[in-house]
Design a protein around this ligand. Structure first.
Ligand code: UDP
Length: 287
């Protein structure tokens, strides 16, 4: 079932430095980026105005070019929190790609006068990347969620995308003392895609701290996406997603999240006062 988890060190090394072919990138331009990146700024944080397909393309170009790629999926909760946490805002600004995850961020961009093409959720981007990885033979690592969930997600993904090379999984309930060992496992597996589900912003901080240990890899925080992929948690029904009400649909399945939703009206108020009334500056910084 997890044949790829037993991939030998030699096999992994074969795909590591080599040319683009060795990275599962044959036929792909590893040189200049094909898209001009449209980087916007909202409440001091970057947002890339790209479609889902363009994000996949950008990520593929970086992985194939042997570069590291830190992807942040920005939602209102994270953006609001970053207003009061300068380190967090700086970290988001260090990301190579930032998607507008959450209808609140898409709306905030529009109110600020710099609209993005649309919402690109973590789970949609992860699914598109898994599809790409299976076709290219890329190595994938799932890190995070409760014990057993990453395995179940890997199993499900391997069924959805035949040929997917899952080179490692690890749950997300490890202590700071074990952090070094977990990072070592990821480094030894040498993934080209690393999905980290430790809750936000812990997952982004983990990536920010450890990404320099890896090459030719795209890493992104995926929150509860492994729970959904594994089948443990249902995604909000299509009806809610289509009407930009995914947050409400999630609340129906996970009522315990209500407290987290309290940030949404505060976030909306902040956006309106900043961009409609031109008032206020972030406590974290100047923008
Ligand atoms: N999680 C983890 N370790 C922790 C805390 C959380 O692995 O110490 C996992 C948790 O099991 C869940 C994910 O992180 O799978 C966070 O999901 P959540 O729904 O909070 O994220 P969201 O999608 O809202 O960003």
């Amino acid at each position: 079932m997890f044949g790829e988890l037993q991939t030998s060190r030699r096999d992994r090394a074969k795909g590591r430095p080599g040319g683009p072919g060795a990275r599962g990138c044959a036929g792909r331009p590893a040189g200049p980026e094909r898209f001009e990146k449209v980087r916007l700024s909202v409440l001091g944080a970057p947002v890339d105005g790209l479609t889902l397909e363009q994000f996949v393309d950008q990520i593929a170009l970086r992985v194939c070019g042997g570069k590291r790629c830190f992807v942040v999926t920005l939602n209102p909760e994270l953006l609001y929190r970053a207003q009061r946490d300068r380190d967090l805002l700086d970290m988001i600004n260090r990301a190579d790609l930032v998607t507008a995850d959450g209808v609140g961020v898409v709306w905030a961009c529009r109110v600020s006068g710099r609209p993005v093409p649309g919402r690109v959720t973590g789970i949609d981007l992860m699914t598109a990347l898994l599809d790409h990885a299976a076709r290219r033979g890329w190595r994938v690592f799932f890190l995070g969620s409760a014990p057993g969930v990453a395995e179940a997600a890997a199993e499900k993904a391997s069924r959805m995308f035949p040929g997917l090379r899952v080179v490692g999984v690890h749950h997300g309930y490890f202590s700071d003392r074990d952090d070094h060992e977990v990072a070592g496992r990821v480094v030894n597996a040498s993934p080209q895609l690393l999905f980290v589900a430790l809750g936000s912003p812990r997952q982004e901080r983990w990536i920010d701290r450890h990404l320099h240990l890896l090459d030719g890899v795209a890493a992104m925080g995926v929150g509860g996406s492994l729970d959904v992929l594994s089948g443990n948690v249902r995604r909000a029904p299509e009806w809610f997603c289509r009407r930009n009400l995914e947050w409400l649909g999630r609340l129906l399945y996970q009522p315990g999240r209500w407290r987290r939703m309290l940030v949404l009206p505060r976030f909306a108020l902040l956006v309106l006062t900043r961009y409609r009334l031109g008032l206020g500056k972030s406590r974290a910084g100047d923008f």
